[in-house]
Design a protein. Structure first.
Length: 85
């Protein structure tokens, strides 16, 4: 008696070949967030290269960068420094 179960995976075509980009909301673009944003850019480029719609990344960060935190910031040209006065 053969009682092996056959496993079947159902994947809808729109999940494999999406027509719209995957939305990603990134909260914080400081030390860790800026590293994540760079990684998401690499992931997007790889997805687009294989014909995927890619990523739509929205970045939210309302912090004011202080002088002491500049070493951890990848995107310091966007930053508004808090004045020391």
């Amino acid at each position: 008696m053969n009682t092996s179960n056959r496993r079947v995976h159902i994947v809808y075509p729109y999940l494999i070949n999406p027509t719209n980009p995957v939305s990603v909301n990134l909260i914080g673009a400081g030390g860790t967030g800026s590293q994540m944003l760079t990684a998401l850019a690499h992931i997007n480029q790889a997805l687009v290269a294989i014909g995927h719609a890619g990523l739509q990344v929205n970045v939210f960060d309302n912090d004011i960068v202080q002088q002491a935190n500049l070493a951890r910031q990848l995107y310091i040209f966007w930053c508004k420094l808090e004045s020391s006065s």
